[in-house]
Design a protein around this ligand. Structure first.
Ligand SMILES: *Cc1c(COP(=O)(O)O)cnc(C)c1O
Length: 357
């Protein structure tokens, strides 16, 4: 008699059996500074507008498969160049998956710096693609020669570059990114998940080069619960990727809710600005604690390293005081990542950390 385990190992690829499902820490009752969420509620005016808009929704009908209204609003919001088309995903995670599915091939490979966003590797694996991590240098900058070698060795590479990078918060050098794009026969995806906090963008590269796509998300700007990712690229790329997208991947509630938020953007914008100024403050406060080394961040989180106690002890100590941050683990296990919260949350975090050090 076959056990269910026998059946699984006979049927499911080894690379999938070896994966662990994406882990999310239980955060109820904690000050939640672990997941790069916007700490602020939706302003009341937007809540009301959204509630009104959602009241009239026909959920008995399939949603607009092309999300035309929402795409127009996004084009307007970011004043997008005319030669870029939009593909929307159920979070940018879905867009990463779409790209991997579309380009999956025996000789294809996903290449990303390390450390970077963990989903690049995970999605590559379950799309049956090889994954190659190219270590960042000691300053967490791109190792140009190593990236070029990796890219040149694989003509069908799918290269993910997060700008700013997660978990380091750093911006990679545009010159090195251009070298990678120019050396690559494959596709380069610039992931601007933290665009709103970086105050800079590489969107011009998606216009300039035929092998570059640009990705953004609404998650980090206060809509993580809606699940809306945005991929920008030249028409022919978007046309091919769109064939693989499931027809109604953006549900009607997300379409309408996101549209209501976009119509009141100045209020979201001011939340982003307050997070940026809180980041600067937190950065100074972290650096002034003896025994803490904090990286300069362009995102809504800060990577730091406690030098006098272990990162694990620091993480647990904060947790005991009701503050949840992220312990990176693996070869980054001496580092911790804290998401910028409200001024009150940040103050509690800094006080708790001072006591621990
Ligand atoms: C959070 C994050 C994403 C995923 O965003 P979703 O739109 O919520 O799926 C993508 N890329 C990077 C670098 C991230 O940190």
């Amino acid at each position: 008699m076959k056990t269910i385990e026998d059946r699984l190992s006979a049927l499911i690829p080894q690379s999938t059996l070896e994966l662990q499902a994406y882990q999310v820490q239980d955060a109820s009752e904690f000050i939640k500074l672990d997941a790069m969420e916007n700490p602020y509620h939706l302003p009341e005016e937007i809540q009301r507008a959204m509630a009104t808009a959602l009241q009239g929704v026909s959920i008995n009908r399939y949603p607009d498969p092309d999300c035309k209204q929402l795409k127009n609003a996004i084009t307007h919001l970011w004043n997008l160049p005319e030669d870029l088309q939009i593909l929307l995903g159920n979070g940018s995670d879905e867009l990463i998956q779409l790209i991997c599915l579309a380009l999956a091939h025996d000789q294809a490979k996903v290449i990303a710096p390390h450390p970077s966003f963990v989903m690049y590797k995970m999605i590559a694996k379950f799309c049956r693609l090889d994954f190659q991590a190219v270590p960042l240098n000691s300053e967490f900058a791109l190792d140009g020669p190593a990236m070029l070698t990796a890219v040149q060795q694989c003509p069908r590479s799918i290269i993910f570059l997060a700008y700013p990078n997660n978990p380091t918060g750093t911006l990679f050098d545009e010159k090195v990114i251009r070298q990678i794009i120019e050396a690559s026969q494959g596709l380069v995806i610039i992931d601007e998940a933290y665009y709103s906090f970086a105050q800079t963008s590489l969107i011009h590269l998606a216009t300039e080069y035929d092998n570059v796509l640009l990705m953004r998300t609404f998650s980090k700007m206060g809509m993580a619960g809606l699940r809306l990712g945005i991929l920008l690229g030249k028409g022919p790329w978007i046309e091919q990727l769109n064939k693989i997208r499931l027809p109604y991947n953006i549900n009607i509630l997300t379409q309408i809710a996101a549209h209501s938020v976009l119509a009141h953007w100045t209020e979201i914008q001011s939340q982003m600005e307050s997070i940026i100024s809180q980041r600067q403050l937190l950065q100074e406060q972290l650096s002034s604690i003896e025994g803490i080394v904090a990286l300069h961040s362009y995102a809504n989180f800060i990577l730091f390293q406690p030098k006098t106690v272990s990162a694990q002890a620091c993480f647990q100590g904060l947790k005991k005081q009701g503050i949840l941050i992220k312990a990176l683990g693996g070869d980054m296990d001496s580092y911790l990542r804290v998401t910028i919260g409200t001024p009150e949350e940040n103050l509690k975090f800094i006080h708790a950390l001072q006591q621990l050090m």
